[in-house]
Design a protein around this ligand. Structure first.
Ligand code: NI
Length: 167
């Protein structure tokens, strides 16, 4: 297993559209393990492969306080969504920024697990938000995109300044 570097907004590689996984093989399972380790290491609750510069449709999520309920979504597709829900979202690619974004409150998602088996999940509230946030990453979108242009400019400036100061 290995920790991977997480891309930081506004890195243009976060804009790539990820491709579907054709077969969940050992290489994909290795990627999933690295992603989980990277997510836990960074104290995140979700990570998309896009964020470590891998253009494949793979997401890991663990919203449990004990970090013992890892969920893997390969080729996730939201087939149904309803209601609206907002929480302050953060992102490992946008460190230190938390903003509310309007999302669906309840979704049904279809995906493959780490063994390549299809499953269906109905998720609500935080888990639903997290899945929507991570699938956005696979489509080259970042939660910042939903904010006003002014807020986006402020966030970009702040993060670019931090990068200049990083030694
Ligand atoms: Ni994110």
């Amino acid at each position: 297993m290995a920790l991977r570097d997480i891309l930081r907004y506004p890195d243009p590689r976060l804009r790539k559209t990820a491709q579907p996984v054709l077969r969940v093989d050992d290489a994909v399972r290795g990627l999933i393990r690295d992603m989980a380790e990277t997510m836990y290491g960074a104290r995140g609750i979700g990570l998309a492969a896009t964020q470590i510069d891998v253009a494949q449709r793979v997401v890991v999520i663990d919203i449990s306080p004990e970090h013992k309920a890892l969920r893997t979504f390969v080729n996730p597709v939201i087939v149904r969504s309803e209601g609206t829900y907002e929480v302050e979202e953060g992102c490992l690619s946008v460190p230190g920024i938390y903003e509310e974004v309007e999302r669906a409150q309840k979704i049904e998602v279809h995906a493959l697990d780490a063994d390549g088996r299809p499953f269906e999940l109905v998720a609500e509230d935080l888990l639903a938000v997290c899945i929507q946030h991570e699938i956005d990453h696979l489509d080259g979108k970042v939660f910042v995109d939903y904010l006003s242009r002014l807020k986006q400019q402020r966030i970009r400036k702040k993060l670019e300044k931090h990068q200049r100061l990083a030694m």
